[in-house]
Write a protein that binds this ligand. Structure first.
Ligand SMILES: Cc1ncc(C[n+]2csc(CCOP(=O)(O)OP(=O)(O)O)c2C)c(N)n1
Length: 1241
């Protein structure tokens, strides 16, 4: 016995003596002990070449013959065996078995007694020698092997199960332990398969690890093997032994093994046949009527419909009221017709190629969403079924569906998934191939993302388009990904309808019982090509030769039931023709349909939200100073002292700074954000923020969740305790996924308009791993599916010398996908202009520069009369920038969101003196402010911030252009020329300029040159690029400028030194310097890779040629004065912009003067739009399309809000598992939490 085994034995013995008797662990330990003992005993015998060693028949035959010649020539054990069992009888061979039914009691107890009594061997050691007579050893081994065989079937029986209707992948019969031919061959029984039992009819006591006996404790070997074979190697292959929870494995074992547990009544069988008739009949009907149309039929997996129906029925019976289905193309129309009961005529009308009466792009028929509420006749309960609209991108609907389900649960106050249930239907190739499946699976058990179990159904047709599994995955099963969450996986042969229904039944019961994911893998085939027009013989000739010979499942099952006498042939024929008639009638009705409406295919209707609402009315977003103070005070106060919450000292310092800000009536970024969240919560709007590390904030600025410094899971979130009747606030660190988590939040936002749902990227750069969600759902979801979403993406973005993947949220991509026309100046800029512009665009893109604007922008998201995704590029260094602060008055009732922020300084006051009007967006503004100051050009250069890039604020831009008639026009950006907002704003500036007939100016570009990489990782290069940008706008610093700057720096350094000496202990954490831009020092490095260029914009399309040609590339010299002055970017570690190391002390917070609220100018003579389509036309059609929504959930506007929090609710204990208890075997308390028989938390 090796050291490892000895250690396990010792461990198990210890656990047995620790008084765990009667518990699961005790049973487990005993089983493990037995297994180990058996193995070791057998090993010992093996060394003596004994009978217990698995060996071949030929070998035993040889031994037997040897023994017959001379009994002492073989090992004593063989001698015993051959003599005691009368092997010498001429009629018997060692492989034959006797048929006497004799039971031999397992001798374990006797051995145990002997061992306990401390019998010693001759050597004086503990008794290790056989304590039982030699014949008992055989008996012991028999029992152990039986146990091992049972275990082998349980864990590996699926490998020999008969799952494939095509018989391509399937078990071959081999000689089993009892000498008969069985499916369970080497793969299942491995080392046991050739073990020799003397008597097939010997009766064994069944171990507690199996329920195959039902009420019987004893079964003959033959019966044991027969039952195991039937249960585990029939048409169901169940993978569940990987589950580490004994409760769950026992539950599943009980369901599968108990005799009669899988039997169905006559009525149930008849119902399956009826449903299968519908499923098959629907596809047959479509095939007949639209033979050349793509419909992605289900033929070969037709049983999927009755299986889903079984899940729906049983779930409804268990109390589920809302079922959400996510699925791709295959069988989707069938699901709509036979699961949702969408009128078949409506479905057929999609084949007629009709004109839509509402606007939008529409989508192909097998992507459309459906929302149906109906009475489930089987259970007589109402059920709401939603099939979420999905793009072609396989599996990407999964997280969206999960988010939607989670939000519905939240709205209903359902904290354990008892009323809402998600079902996801997968294809076999996509289930194993798409990474989003894995990402979504990992959300399944996270406290703020769980949907308390999803039913996954794989319509496994054993081919993906033209690729068969041998070439499309490395795992044995397409479902192996589900093992990461310990989900049971039920593989089932699609041609055995009863087995499929049983699996569906067990799956839904499992979900109800444990609130965990479960997978049903329906292994069938695809009768046609990928779509109905495809020729499958090109690529799968042998497979399709077999398929052609196969009878459809419906026919096979009907034959079976007729044979069993469950139905008669004529009854079956009547079933078929009755459904055909239903389809024919629907067909006739569909021909009367002349138009279609996209809005009747909506999956997330919000009728209560739109009714009676003036969509063009933008409600004010400002709030009272009192509210600001309440939120500010709460946000800056540590947990109440009575809770003895141990707060980190650094956090206390941050809170103290917040308190100071509230006293000074000024807000930094995190306070501005908190004002937005807190005020919405006060108004009953649920706020949810999710993403990687959002609780603290990637840049350590947010700190919404405070952690007790000496107790695990004890946290405090002040924003969740602002007001007694506030809406719940959910801020949650997510798994390290962008695609699934963004999809989830998008889905969450779809469920209700009365919530502010935000996803924050760690850095904006990483959002491209969620590109599919961005492209197919967020950018185009409303256009394709008439479905609105107000989801907010917060994407940290700015060039701070942090390298190519920590700099850019890719503004250009979002802007390029914006659907506002660059060439059309709005025909009217009336009072509704702002709202109409917002309503008509596919999403809003902002790059904000003040906390107040962030506050208004976030609040506007829920104040609009419609919902629109918001893509906001968030700052990094601005989070702590002393200039990036807003006074309280910028948040109050007379303030509002500023789409642009004009220059309010000397330049703005004397526009005629301004020589350069610089438009910019985001953080670069603060760089420009500082440099303008250093260059002493505050009167001649005006800086205008474009805060809302999309929709483009034409009206305000025009005002600015008119205000500075003599100024040269510049666009300044820190991004490379092929990135950032330039390619978006350039044509729009042109369009705005063209509006004025007397205008001859154009806007020139000032920024980094084009590049393949979003940013350099070299600090010197970063600095040089920065300098080039600045120089191209302001020119070189004069000697006087440099002298002034040097003097200022010296002064600052001296002051900092004095401050540090006078009060070292009270020094606040380092704050970035005034104008804290990112350029690093050491401009002694190489020159920029590409020179910065300053070019005039291209002439407007269709407009007159502008004067001025492109100046020569402008190479920039190093500036030694600036080198001394600039911060060290290396001090910025990415996690904390506060880590800026400066030679000077942090300047006192300064306040950005509030610019006046923007107003839509009233245009007297609006010019016609360039293409003749007025925005109002689109608006009208949009209003029409949005008004015709189907009935829907009408969640209370305030959701399941709690009443006033009691003091004890202030500190929360998180529902996450304890450290060290991730292993489910140890976490039985976690299971009991979800045990419906026990009180729910
Ligand atoms: C992300 C993505 N990649 C590729 C495709 C193209 N495509 C459409 S269906 C299909 C095969 C899917 O196979 P499977 O998941 O087994 O489903 P089936 O069509 O066989 O039911 C492919 C590759 C797609 N739609 N989405």
């Amino acid at each position: 016995m090796n050291q490892c085994r000895l250690r396990s034995l010792a461990r198990i013995r210890r656990s047995l003596t620790l008084g765990l008797r009667g518990t699961d662990q005790h049973v487990l330990a005993r089983q493990a002990l037995r297994t180990i003992q058996t193995t070791s005993q057998r090993r010992g015998v093996h060394d003596l070449d004994s009978f217990a060693n698995g060996c071949s028949a030929a070998y035993i035959e040889g031994l037997y013959n040897k023994w017959k010649r001379n009994p002492s020539s073989v090992d004593e054990s063989w001698n015993e065996l051959f003599s005691s069992n009368d092997w010498s009888s001429p009629k018997r061979s060692p492989l034959q078995v006797s048929h006497s039914r004799k039971y031999r009691r397992p001798p374990v107890e006797r051995i145990a007694v002997k061992a306990r009594s401390g019998e010693r061997t001759a050597s004086g050691g503990a008794s290790a020698a056989p304590a039982a007579p030699p014949s008992d050893w055989k008996n012991i081994d028999d029992h152990h092997v039986i146990q091992a065989i049972i275990r082998a079937y349980q864990s590996r029986g699926h490998l020999a199960a008969d799952l494939d209707p095509l018989g391509i992948v399937g078990p071959k019969k081999r000689t089993s332990v009892d000498g008969t031919q069985r499916h369970a061959a080497r793969e299942v029984l491995r080392q046991h398969f050739s073990y020799i039992f003397n008597d097939l009819n010997t009766v064994f006591k069944l171990p507690s690890s199996t329920m195959i006996g039902g009420d019987q404790e004893f079964l003959s070997l033959k019966e044991i093997l027969d039952r195991l074979e039937r249960i585990y190697c029939g048409h169901i292959g169940v993978e569940y032994m990987q589950i580490t929870s004994l409760t769950k494995t026992n539950w599943l074992r009980d369901r599968f093994e108990k005799p009669g547990g899988l039997d169905l009544t006559k009525e149930e069988k008849k119902l399956i046949l009826e449903r299968l008739t519908r499923s098959t009949g629907f596809e047959n009907f479509l095939a007949k009527k639209f033979s050349s149309e793509k419909r992605f039929g289900l033929e070969g997996c037709d049983i999927m419909i009755p299986a889903i129906k079984e899940v729906v029925d049983r779930a409804t019976d268990h109390g589920v009221e809302s079922i959400l289905i996510g699925m791709a193309h295959r069988g989707r129309l069938n699901v709509l017709a036979n699961i949702c009961r969408k009128p078949i005529s409506d479905i057929l009308s999609q084949f007629h190629g009709l004109q839509a009466t509402d606007s939008g792009s529409g989508d192909v028929k097998y992507h459309l969403g459906v929302f149906q509420e109906r009475l489930n006749r089987q259970t007589n309960r109402m059920v709401r079924i939603t099939v979420v609209a999905n793009p072609s991108h396989l599996e990407h609907v999964n997280p969206v569906l999960l988010g939607k389900a989670r939000a519905e649960m939240f709205q209903r106050g359902d904290t354990c998934g008892s009323t809402v249930m998600p079902i996801i239907i997968h294809g076999d190739a996509s289930f194993s191939g798409q990474g989003v499946v894995y990402e979504s699976m990992h959300l399944s058990d996270l406290p703020n993302y769980t949907t308390y179990g999803t039913i996954h159904i794989v319509s496994n047709n054993q081919v993906g388009f033209t690729t068969d599994p041998r070439f499309s995955r490395s795992s044995r099963y397409c479902t192996d990904v589900a093992k990461v969450v310990n989900a049971p996986i039920l593989h089932v042969n699609a041609d055995d309808p009863e087995a499929c229904i049983q699996c569906a039944r067990i799956a839904i019961d499992y979900r109800t019982r444990f609130k965990k994911d479960v997978v049903i893998d329906i292994v069938g085939y695809r009768r046609n090509g990928h779509n109905e027009a495809d020729e499958p013989m090109f690529t799968q000739p042998l497979m399709y030769q077999r398929i052609k010979k196969l009878k459809p499942c419906l026919q096979l099952y009907a034959d079976k039931l007729i044979k069993e006498g469950v139905v008669t042939d004529s009854e079956f024929k009547a079933m078929v023709s009755s459904y055909e008639k239903i389809c024919e009638d629907a067909w006739a009705k569909s021909k009367t349909i002349k138009t279609i409406k996209y809005s009747s295919w909506i999956d997330s209707p919000w009728p209560g939200f739109f009714e009676g609402r003036d969509r063009l009315k933008l409600c004010p977003t400002g709030i009272s100073t009192d509210t600001l103070k309440t939120i500010g005070n709460m946000f800056s106060t540590p947990p109440p002292p009575e809770h003895k919450f141990e707060t980190h000292k650094g956090i206390l310092r941050i809170l103290a700074q917040r308190t100071q800000m509230v006293q000074d009536k000024v807000a930094d970024w995190s306070l501005g954000e908190a004002f937005a969240f807190g005020s919405l919560l006060k108004e009953g709007i649920h706020v949810r923020l999710s993403g990687q590390d959002v609780e603290r904030g990637t840049f350590s600025h947010r700190h919404h969740v405070l952690h007790h410094q000496s107790e695990d899971k004890v946290v405090y979130n002040s924003l969740d305790h602002l007001y007694p009747d506030q809406a719940p606030y959910s801020v949650s660190n997510s798994s390290l996924s962008e695609c699934a988590v963004l999809g989830f939040e998008h889905g969450y936002s779809m469920a209700s308009p009365n919530a502010l749902v935000m996803w924050e990227g760690q850095f904006g750069d990483f959002c491209n791993t969620a590109q599919c969600i961005i492209d197919t759902f967020i950018a185009s979801g409303e256009t394709k599916w008439v479905r609105q979403s107000g989801v907010v993406m917060l994407l940290p973005h700015s060039m701070e010398g942090m390298g190519p993947e920590h700099s850019s949220g890719r503004i250009e991509r979002f802007l390029q996908m914006s659907d506002d026309d660059p060439d059309v100046y709005p025909d009217t800029c009336d009072a509704d202009f702002v709202a109409r512009q917002l309503m008509n665009v596919n999403w809003i893109v902002t790059n904000l520069s003040t906390p107040a604007n962030l506050f208004h922008c976030l609040r506007r998201q829920v104040k609009m009369g419609f919902r629109k995704p918001l893509i906001n590029f968030s700052p990094k260094s601005l989070l702590r920038h002393p200039l990036a602060r807003s006074p309280f008055k910028d948040f109050n009732e007379c303030s509002c969101f500023q789409r642009i922020i004009p220059d309010k300084g000397p330049a703005g006051k004397q526009p005629d003196c301004v020589q350069k009007l610089v438009f910019c967006s985001g953080k670069v503004y603060y760089d420009l402010v500082k440099e303008r100051d250093d260059h002493e050009q505050v009167e001649t250069v005006a800086l205008v911030r474009v805060e809302q890039l999309c929709p483009f604020p034409y009206d305000l831009i025009s005002q600015q252009l008119e205000l500075y008639p003599k100024a040269e026009l510049l666009w300044a950006q820190e991004e490379h020329k092929n990135m950032g907002a330039w390619s978006y704003v350039q044509p729009r500036f042109d369009t705005a300029l063209l509006k004025n007939e007397n205008e001859s100016r154009c806007v020139s570009y000032h920024g980094r040159p084009p590049s393949a990489s979003p940013a350099t990782g070299n600090k010197v290069q970063h600095y040089n690029e920065y300098k080039a940008l600045i120089t191209s706008i302001f020119g070189e610093l004069t000697p006087e400028n440099k002298k002034r700057i040097e003097d200022r720096i010296k002064k600052q350094q001296a002051k900092a030194k004095a401050d540090a000496q006078s009060k070292p202990s009270t020094k606040p954490p380092a704050a970035p310097p005034k104008g804290g831009s990112s350029p690093p020092p050491a401009p002694t490095g190489p020159a920029p890779r590409k020179p910065l260029i300053s070019l005039p914009s291209r002439p407007p399309r269709g407009g007159k040629q502008r004067s001025g040609s492109a100046p020569a590339p402008n190479l920039v010299d190093e500036d030694s004065a600036a080198r001394n002055r600039e911060p060290d970017a290396s001090a910025y570690d990415g996690a904390s912009p506060s880590a800026w190391k400066r030679s000077g002390s942090a300047p006192a917070p300064s306040v950005v003067p509030r610019a006046s609220a923007s107003r839509s100018p009233s245009r007297k003579s609006p010019s016609p739009s360039h293409d003749g389509i007025s925005p109002s036309t689109r608006q009208e059609s949009l209003s029409k399309k949005k008004s015709g929504s189907a009935p829907a959930p009408t969640p209370t506007s305030r959701g399941p809000f709690r009443t006033a929090p009691s003091n004890t609710e202030f500190i929360k204990r998180r529902p996450a598992k304890d450290y060290g208890s991730r292993n489910e075997t140890q976490s039985t308390p976690g299971e009991s939490e979800l045990d419906p028989t026990k009180p729910q938390p």
